[in-house]
Design a protein around this ligand. Structure first.
Ligand SMILES: Cc1ncc(COP(=O)(O)O)c(C=O)c1O
Length: 447
C-alpha cells in the first residue's frame, strides 16, 4: 500500500481535500476518475470527491453539502441511503454476497420487471453496456443477420459496435467514434440522424435483409433529454417488423424513471406496440451494478442454456444488487412518480425564469419525469441541435450552481436527475441558486 508522505501532506495543506485526492487519484487512475464525465473536463475545476450521501444531499470530503441533481446519473430514484433499501441490503449482505448459483431475489426482480414492462423474460447482467452488447448479440443470433442501426447522439454504453456516432449519412457505413475501436468493429453499424424517418426508410430499403436490429434510446437522454416525436418509436418498431429485424429499445436511463413503466409506458403502452428487446439498468439496480436485457419469449429462448447464443457473467444477478433493485422498484409507486413530476415542474419553471431574466438563450425539454435544460433557444430534436448549445455559458452556470450548493451533472448534454427525496428544503436551495448561476451564465455567453 502506498499512502501520502508527510511531505506531500504538507504540500497539499493549503488545497482542498478533493484537490488533494484528485492529485493522488490521477497518479494511479487516468484522469483520477473511473468514468470520464466525472472529471469535470467539460466545465473545468476540480470534481468533488464524495464522502457520503443521504436523501437529496451529497457531502464531499471537505464537508461541503450539495443538493444532488446527478442521482448517480439516474439510479437513485428514491434518493440516497433510503432506509428500507439500506435495511434490505444489510440483511442480504449478512447472509453472504455472491454465490455463483441462482437466488430468490433474482426471480423476484425478474418478475417485477416483467410486470412493469412488455418483456416476457429478462436476463440479468451487471451494467447497461453489457445489456446492450448482449441484446445485439442476441438479435444477431436470432435473425442470422449482421448489421445494426443506431442514431447519432444516442449512447448505449461503450460497446465497440455502438460507439459509432460520427459523420455517416443514411446509407454509408460509420467510422469508429474512438481510437481503439477498429473499423471492423463499427463497419456493420449504420448511424442515422435521430428523428429522421426518411433516413430510416432508406437504410432499410438498401440494407433491410442484412439488418439484425435497430437500437434507440427510448427517449434520448444522453444528448440532453429529447422526447421522441409522437409516433416515432412506433414507426421504428413497425419498420423493423416489416423487414424482419428486431426493434431494441434501450431503457437503461428511462426505465422506471421516465414513468413507472419507463418511456414505453408513455408511448408503446398507449399506442399498443412493444419492442422486441429492451435493455434496463440504473434504477433497477437501486445504486448497485445491475442491469438487464429482455423481450419476446421466442427471442429470449435463443439464449444459452436454452438456445445457442452464449452470454454469461460471474456476478450477473448478484444477490445484493438484485435485493437493492427489488426494494427500490417495490417502493417506486405512483406517489414517487407524482413527486418527481411535481418537483421537476418546480425546478424547470424556476430554471427557465432565472435564465430568461438573465437573458440567457435556453430551452427546457422533458420526457416523462426526465428533463434537461439546453443552453440554446432552438428546440432540440437531434444531436446537431444539442451541439448548438453555448457550452461556456453552461460551464459558468454549472459553477454558479455548485458554489451555491447544487451539484448538477458536469455536462450540458445530460438530464437533471431528481428523486423522491428532493423535498422542499432541497428544492428551495435549487431555487435560491438559480438566479446567481443564470447571471454567471449570461456573463459567459458568447465568450
Ligand atoms: C441509454 C443508456 N444505455 C446504456 C448505458 C450504459 O450503461 P452503463 O453505464 O451501466 O454501462 C447508459 C449509461 O448512461 C445509457 O444512458
Amino acid at each position: 500500500m502506498g499512502g501520502v508522505s508527510p511531505d506531500a501532506t504538507a504540500r497539499t495543506a493549503s488545497i482542498t481535500r478533493s484537490e488533494a485526492l484528485l492529485q493522488r487519484a490521477r497518479a494511479v487512475t487516468p484522469g483520477g476518475v473511473n468514468s470520464p464525465v466525472r472529471a469535470f473536463a467539460a466545465v473545468g475545476g476540480t470534481p468533488r470527491f464524495i464522502r457520503s450521501a443521504h436523501g437529496a444531499w451529497l457531502t464531499d470530503v471537505d464537508g461541503n453539502e450539495y443538493v444532488d441533481l446527478i442521482c448517480s446519473w439516474g439510479p437513485m430514484l428514491l434518493g440516497h441511503a433510503h432506509p428500507e433499501v439500506q435495511a434490505a441490503v444489510a440483511e442480504a449482505v449478512a447472509r453472504g454476497t455472491s454465490y455463483g448459483a441462482p437466488t430468490e431475489p433474482e426471480a423476484e426482480l425478474a418478475e417485477e420487471i416483467v410486470a412493469r414492462t412488455p418483456v416476457d423474460m429478462v436476463r440479468f447482467v451487471s451494467t447497461g453496456t453489457e445489456a446492450t452488447m448482449s441484446a445485439i448479440r442476441l438479435a444477431r443470433g436470432f435473425t442470422g443477420r449482421d448489421m445494426v442501426v443506431k442514431f447519432t447522439g444516442c449512447y448505449h454504453g461503450h460497446v465497440d459496435a455502438l460507439l459509432a456516432a460520427a459523420g455517416s449519412g443514411p446509407a454509408t457505413l460509420a467510422l469508429p467514434g474512438t481510437p481503439g475501436v477498429p473499423e471492423s468493429g463499427t463497419a456493420l453499424t449504420l448511424v442515422l440522424p435521430y428523428h429522421d424517418r426518411a433516413a430510416v426508410t432508406e437504410a432499410f430499403a438498401v440494407h433491410g435483409d442484412r439488418i439484425a436490429c435497430l437500437i434507440t434510446e427510448a427517449a434520448p437522454g444522453n444528448m440532453g433529454v429529447i422526447e421522441p416525436e409522437p409516433g416515432f418509436n412506433e414507426f421504428l418498431a413497425r419498420t423493423c417488423t416489416e423487414h424482419g429485424a428486431l426493434f431494441v429499445s434501450d431503457e437503461v436511463m428511462t426505465g422506471f424513471r421516465a414513468s413507472k413503466h419507463g418511456q414505453w409506458g408513455l408511448d408503446g403502452a398507449v399506442e399498443g406496440w412493444r419492442p422486441d428487446l429492451m435493455t434496463f439498468g440504473k434504477v433497477m439496480g437501486g445504486g448497485f451494478p445491475a442491469a438487464a436485457f429482455g423481450g419476446r419469449a421466442d427471442v429470449m429462448h435463443h439464449l444459452a442454456p436454452e438456445g445457442p447464443v452464449y452470454q454469461a457473467g460471474t456476478l450477473s444477478g448478484n444477490p445484493i444488487a438484485t435485493t437493492a433493485g427489488l426494494a427500490t422498484l417495490r417502493l417506486a409507486d405512483d406517489a414517487v412518480y407524482a413527486h418527481l413530476t411535481k418537483a421537476g415542474d418546480v425546478v424547470k419553471t424556476a430554471a427557465a425564469e432565472a435564465l430568461s431574466a438573465a437573458g440567457v438563450p435556453h430551452g427546457v425539454q422533458s420526457a416523462g419525469t426526465m428533463f434537461s435544460v439546453f443552453f440554446t433557444d432552438r428546440p432540440v430534436r437531434d444531436f446537431d441541435g444539442a451541439s448548438s448549445q453555448d457550452t461556456s455559458a453552461f460551464a459558468a452556470f454549472f459553477h454558479g450552481m455548485l458554489d451555491a450548493g447544487v451539484h448538477l451533472p458536469p455536462s450540458a448534454y445530460e438530464g437533471w436527475f431528481l428523486s423522491s427525496a428532493h423535498d422542499d428544503r432541497a428544492l428551495q436551495t435549487v431555487l435560491d441558486a438559480l438566479p446567481g448561476a443564470a447571471r454567471a451564465a449570461a456573463a459567459a455567453t458568447g465568450m
